[in-house]
Write a new protein. Structure first.
Length: 66
């Protein structure tokens, strides 16, 4: 959005983003910053605890052999 709002050409943004066609880039034009802020304001934080991942010993042994 910032690029488009700064007058960078639409097809240039599509190329930089690696989009196969400008149709994909069109979604950025449709969702401006105000729309994103309204969507984020409706979200609730998840009611879960974050836990640190502990890989199984077998996986660690495998990775050490690489």
């Amino acid at each position: 959005m910032h690029l488009l709002q700064s007058d960078v050409r639409f097809n240039v943004v599509a190329l930089w983003r690696g989009h196969e066609s400008t149709t994909t880039t069109h979604s950025y034009v449709e969702a401006d910053l105000a729309m994103k802020q309204r969507a984020l304001a409706r979200l609730q934080p998840p009611d879960t605890k974050m836990r640190r991942y502990k890989p199984p010993d077998a996986l660690m042994r495998f990775l050490q052999t690489l």
